[in-house]
Each structure stands twice: as structure tokens, then as C-alpha cells.
Design a binder for this molecule. Sequence first.
Ligand code: HEC
Ligand code: HEC
Ligand code: HEC
Ligand code: HEC
Length: 468
Amino acid sequence: MNKQLALFKQNNSKVLGMTKKCVASFVAVLGLASCFAASAKTDINQTKFPDQYKTWAETEEQTEREDMLASYPANIILWAGSSFAKEYHSPRGHQFAVADVTHTLRTGVPPKEGEKGTSASCWTCKTPDAPRLIKEMGFEGYSASNFTDLGTEINSVVYCTDCHVDGSAELALPRPHAQNAMSKTGIPFEKQDASMQGAQVCGQCHVTYYFQPEKSNVVNMPWIFGSDTDNILKYYDTRRFYEWIHPISKTPILKARHPEFEHWSRSKHAEANVTCITCHMPVEENAKGEEFTNHKVDKALPHFDKTCIACHESKEAITAQLDADKHEIEAMAREVEGLLVKAHYEAKAAWDAGANWEQMNSAIMSIRHGQWHWDFAMASHGLYAHNPDEGRMLLSRATSQAKMARAVLAQVLAGLKVDKVEYPDISSKESAHAAVGINEAKLSEAKQMFIKDEVEKHWNPIAVRGYQ
Ligand code: HEC
Ligand code: HEC
Ligand code: HEC
Ligand code: HEC
């Protein structure tokens, strides 16, 4: 059976089978229309726009990803106390969005009766069912739900209606938090040209965000003052916001998440009107010689002869430039990681020896700010290609902030007569996990049981795509 047919069958069997929740709402004579509408959507877009549909489905071929914690075990120490330390992979094709968020140890398993689990907000950038549920349940009602409780409602990966008005080529921005943030920073979606709107549809998901604790974990983009590092930091610092308290150094930590849109928006390419679409979704011809936009959103460099060549002569020169920028940024990042790991443990040694907040305040703030700058660079996939200058600026600031923290800590430690600090073994993912008390095997076992008993039986098959 070919891939498209398999997909089609999957979607149809889902309509006939109906999900548990749909059946429940059928009985309650509520929400039935929305259950069918969600599944019926597939057909309109598939038959009306076969080239776009076919290439969209082909992101299933992009199976490769990297286990970032195995490649960079220092990250486990920097993210200790948060679920990022459990599992973190690089991104792959859009067709895996639902399966990967379901399987990652970060989203865990259903909470015990009466306990609060991971927020449903984790669905927000994986599926068009998220904006649908936000509309049906209210933003706070949706975000206050547990991630696993909404699993049976999720029937599609990143799809046409995430970026378009249903059944049409017109671009749309269905996520309310993205609408708000774009308006606040002076680029209201409805007032932009087609080129900027194209970037903005990607920017619904490929942006940094946090869950607002005072609003039931609603997704929010911290752009009130602006979307650059200083303005985001000002926003977080004036709100005294933190994601978690680091268990080793007691630092109130900030976490960046894939700020691709932010970095691109300040790049030379953005200035030249070159957007995500120019590079990742080039125009192609079908067998009949008709032009269409390639919806297999994939790596950009392989499209060199279709896109980059309009402005750059030599593929070799551009590849060499990209490699050089990548190596430089990676080397800077590794240096910062080493410094920050040491700073966390030096802070611990100081606390253990009886340091007080007055002595520690400036070092802890430097760790917070240094780690933020590092994360705002490293969480941005393709930074070296999107905005290498900003990458270098962020990492050089992170380096000086981490060094500043260590200089202050050295004084505090000397004052407390501490002359030896124990650092963790971060030579492998296993040793770093052991250092922060994460038992990956045990977490994986619980996850597998949940997948077998719940996901495989009751969720849409897209939730196990690539895992069977
Ligand atoms: C991740 C966002 C995204 C998704 C998902 C998406 N599109 Fe698009 N689509 C775009 C962008 C961006 C353009 C280009 C708009 C422009 O620059 O003119 C586009 C263009 C189009 C066009 C205009 C003709 C063309 O090829 O340029 C059609 C029709 C279309 N898409 C249909 C679909 C269908 C059908 C699906 C689902 C199978 C889909 N799109 C999924 C973002 C998306
Ligand atoms: C609804 C949210 C959403 C939208 C809209 C979206 N993406 Fe993504 N994108 C994701 C997620 C989630 C992943 C990671 C999927 C995984 O790893 O399972 C991803 C992965 C990617 C990848 C990695 C692909 C690979 O094989 O390595 C690229 C490149 C990408 N997106 C570009 C874009 C571009 C360009 C746009 C706009 C046209 C866009 N995305 C729109 C959510 C989105
Ligand atoms: C000038 C062309 C260009 C523009 C504009 C551009 N990208 Fe990229 N992007 C690249 C290149 C080059 C890479 C590095 C790997 C590759 O794709 O070859 C990359 C990498 C990525 C990755 C990481 C893929 C992975 O698997 O590691 C994502 C995600 C991504 N881009 C999304 C976006 C989004 C979203 C935008 C717009 C906000 C955007 N890109 C704008 C060229 C571009
Ligand atoms: C419409 C023109 C245009 C297209 C298309 C284009 N670029 Fe560029 N690119 C530019 C401009 C302008 C600069 C800035 C040149 C400068 O400042 O000297 C640039 C700079 C670069 C640089 C230097 C590093 C940096 O970001 O400052 C790289 C690498 C690069 N482009 C890669 C790519 C790749 C890869 C593609 C295709 C996927 C691409 N470009 C497509 C116009 C374009």
C-alpha cells in the first residue's frame, strides 16, 4: 500500500472508529460536529491541492534526529531540576510532531489521582487540534488540563489548518498567543505582506515561549518589551519569573525554546526579504509543469540550486561559510557549558559551607543571566545559518557572565575557607544522569507501559508513528 493511501485509510478509519472522547460527547449530544469536522478536513485539502498534500505527507521521510543529551551531557547538569534533563532530541519531520511529544520522557505518564501532571499546553505546537481545543475549552481550560487527558482528541500532526484558512491557500494564524505577540511587537499578522505572513505562520511554533503560572499554564511569548535577549530578560527579571530553582546552585532558572523566528527576524536575510519559506519551502514544478510551493518542510541547503543561487554564486563557498560559523558557535557553546557546570557546583559548595544570600546574590544572578544567553542561542535550531552574528554575541555574553559568576564564587569560597569543590562526571549521558539522580531506565519503563496500555489502544495511530 502506498504511503498516501495508508494515510488516507488511517484518517478514514478514525472517522468510523471515533475516539473515546467523541463517543462520550456523542452520548452527551455535544461536540459531535467538531469530531467529524476535524476528520473530514483531510479530504478537502487532499483532493483540492494534491501537490501540496503529497509533499506535506513526505515530511514522514525525515526520520533522522540527534539525542542531544548523549551528544552534550553537560546540558543535563544545566537543566537539572527540569524535565529537559530527562530527554532532549533535535527536531525532525513535521509528521512526527505528535508521536515525538507523546514518547518523550519530558511529558511523562498520567499523574496519580489528585496530582497535577504535565500541562496540555505541550500540544499547542504539534497539531491543529490544539487551536480547536483552545476554542472549545477556553485557553485556560485547555492549559489547565493534563497533557495525557487530551491525547484522544489529537487526530492530526502539523497540518494545512495550522497555516491556512481551511480548504484554501489563504494564510492564517490560528494560535491566539501568536496573534497577540505579533501585534504587540508591531507586526500584526493581517497587516503584513504575503512574504512576512509566510514567516509568521512558522513563527507560531518556532519561537520561544513560557507557560504562565498565574494563568493555568497558558502559553505566552515573552515579547512585551521586544523579542531580543535584553528585552526578554527585562520582562522576566522585572516579573521575578523563573521556570524552576536549580537543585544544585539554587539559581532561579530561565529556559529558552527554539527562537528561530526571533533570530531570523534580525538577520541579513530578513532585511533582504528572504524568509523561512524562501529557504525551506521553495517553489517547484509538478509533472504538468505547474508551479507549487514544496510543502516537504526540510533542510534548506539541499535546495541550493533552486533558492540560494538567486543571490549566492557558489554552493562550495556558502557550505564552507556555514561550516565555519557552525564550528565557531559550537566551540563557544561548549566552553560556556563547561564554565556553567563548574559555577553551579561552586555555588553548591558555597551554600554547603554556610554562605548567605547577601554573599551569593550577584553570583547567582550571573549564573541566571549567563545560562539564559547560552540557552537563547543553543535552543535555536539552525542558529549558525539563521543569524551567526547574534549567536556569537549571545555566547560571548554568556561566557563573560559565567566567568563573572565564578570570580565572585571564588572569593566567597575563599572567605569560607573552602579549597576543594567536587565537580560531576559529565563524560557521558549516563554519568551526568547519575550525578543529578535521573534514572532513565525506570522512566522509560513507565513510559512504555503507558504507550502500550493507553496510546496504542486509544489514541490516533499518528501518536506512535515512527515507533513501531
Ligand atoms: C507550516 C505551514 C503550512 C502548512 C502546514 C501548510 N501550508 Fe500551504 N503554504 C504555506 C506557505 C507559507 C505557503 C506559501 C505562501 C506564499 O508565499 O505565497 C503555502 C502555499 C500554499 C498554497 C498556494 C499554492 C502554492 O503552492 O504556493 C496552497 C494551495 C497550499 N499551501 C495548500 C496547503 C495544503 C493543502 C496543506 C495541507 C496538506 C498545506 N498547504 C499545509 C504554509 C503551510
Ligand atoms: C504547529 C506548529 C508548527 C508550525 C506551524 C511549523 N512547525 Fe516546523 N516543526 C514543528 C515541530 C513540533 C517540529 C519537530 C517535530 C519532531 O521532531 O517530531 C518541527 C520541525 C521542523 C523542522 C525540522 C525538520 C527536520 O527534518 O529536521 C524544520 C526545518 C521546520 N520545522 C521548519 C518549519 C517552517 C519553515 C515552518 C513554516 C513554514 C514551520 N516549521 C511551521 C512545529 C511547527
Ligand atoms: C537563508 C535561508 C534560511 C532562512 C531564511 C531560514 N532558514 Fe532555517 N535553516 C537554514 C539552513 C541552511 C539550516 C541548516 C541546516 C539546513 O537546513 O541545511 C536551517 C536550519 C533550520 C532548522 C533546524 C533543522 C534541523 O533539523 O536541525 C529549523 C527548525 C529551521 N531552520 C527553521 C526555520 C524557520 C522557522 C525560519 C524562519 C523564521 C527559517 N528556518 C529561516 C536556512 C534558512
Ligand atoms: C534574495 C537573496 C538571497 C537568497 C535567496 C539567499 N541569501 Fe544568503 N544572503 C543574502 C544577503 C543579502 C546576505 C548578506 C550578505 C552580506 O552581508 O555581505 C546573505 C548572507 C548569507 C550567508 C553569510 C552569513 C550570514 O548569514 O550573514 C550565508 C551562509 C547565506 N547567506 C546562506 C544562504 C543559503 C544557504 C541560502 C539558501 C537556502 C541563501 N543564503 C539564500 C541574500 C540571499
